[in-house]
Design a protein around this ligand. Structure first.
Ligand code: 0X9
Ligand code: ZN
Ligand code: ZN
Length: 305
């Protein structure tokens, strides 16, 4: 059965998507943005008060990397929290009245499933290619942002394989197509990973500072402070290249260069004690503190529409 404090399997998440949509039909709509390599539907949930005019939006995805299980857990938590606090929490109410939040609960569904069934430490997609028995590409090296120039491998057997071309992975193409299609309304792009307790923003494919560096840093610092106010969890924020490592082909850099100014990558708990194997007992505190950071960013975006 589905639980917000457990790591749910894809089947459970898929039925949760149906249930949460039908029981909140006034606030939630679904769009299948395409299928994964193995044919699973990638469903984006649009959360917000229905409106006759088109609303500006925030896009958030989880589950890029298969083994980062806390990430899909956060997207599920976010949807629950958004729906259950709309109407009582003034910030959430105002946000969802004025904006929509697009949530893709699991981006790399095939990999997520594989990490449950076969290899807990799987990272990549599950696509096959000719000439090698190695499977998958790193979806966060597969976007068209300095593609495969740094911090990525052209070896299909590597965990950071950039793929045969930008958007060679169907999941990356589906997401990029959705964002291109909705470019005029998407004001922020949030992508949730683990672990290291970082809040990163462009660039990662170069050490050059983003044109909006000062604002991105200020908002990241504010969001990190909001996050730590709950349990004292410390986050470091900064541009990806200088803060974690240079790595090209990421979705954050790609979205930013497309024109989505507020492009952030979260690296959730912890700093390495459990790493990707974060105990289920930490799902609730991790999600509650991360909500504060996401809401901080959302409020800033809302104030700058
Ligand atoms: O390497 C990554 O893709 C991310 N770290 S992880 O441990 N979750 O794999 C960091 C992504 C930072 N952004 C870019 N490299 N564009
Ligand atoms: Zn990751
Ligand atoms: Zn809560």
């Amino acid at each position: 059965a589905h639980s917000y404090t457990k790591y749910n399997t894809w089947d459970t998440i898929q039925s949760w998507i149906e249930t949460i949509s039908s029981s909140n039909a006034d606030m939630v709509s679904q769009e299948v943005i395409g299928k994964t390599y193995e044919g699973r539907p990638m469903t984006v949930l649009k959360i917000g008060k229905k409106s006759s005019s088109t609303k500006p939006a925030i896009f958030m995805d989880c589950g890029f990397h298969a083994r980062e299980w806390i990430s899909p857990a956060f997207c599920q938590w976010f949807v629950k929290e958004a729906l259950s606090t709309y109407g009582s929490d003034p910030a959430m109410t105002s946000l969802l009245n004025q904006m929509d939040v697009f949530v893709l609960p699991v981006f790399n569904i095939d990999g997520y499933e594989y990490s449950h069934k076969s290899d807990r430490m799987w990272r990549k997609t599950r696509s096959k290619r000719s000439g090698t028995s190695c499977i998958g590409a790193d979806p966060n090296r597969n976007f068209n942002a300095g593609w495969c120039t740094v911090g990525a491998s052209s070896n299909p057997c590597s965990d950071t394989y950039c793929g045969s071309a930008p958007e060679s992975e169907i999941e990356a193409k589906n997401l990029a197509d959705f964002i291109r299609r909705n470019k005029s309304v998407i004001m922020a792009y949030l992508t949730v990973h683990s672990y290291s307790q970082l809040l990163l923003f462009p660039y990662s494919y170069t050490y050059q500072l983003a044109a909006d560096h000062a604002e991105l840093l200020k908002v990241a610092k504010g969001a990190s402070a909001a996050l730590s106010s709950l349990y004292g969890t410390q986050y470091t924020s900064g541009p990806g290249a200088a803060t974690i490592y240079p790595a090209a082909g990421g979705s954050d850099d790609w979205a930013y260069d497309l024109g989505v100014k507020y492009a952030y990558t979260f690296e959730l708990r912890d700093t390495g004690r459990y790493g990707f194997l974060l105990p289920e007992s930490q799902i609730q505190p991790t999600c509650e503190e991360t909500m504060l950071a996401v809401k901080y960013i959302a409020a800033h975006v809302q104030n700058n529409l």
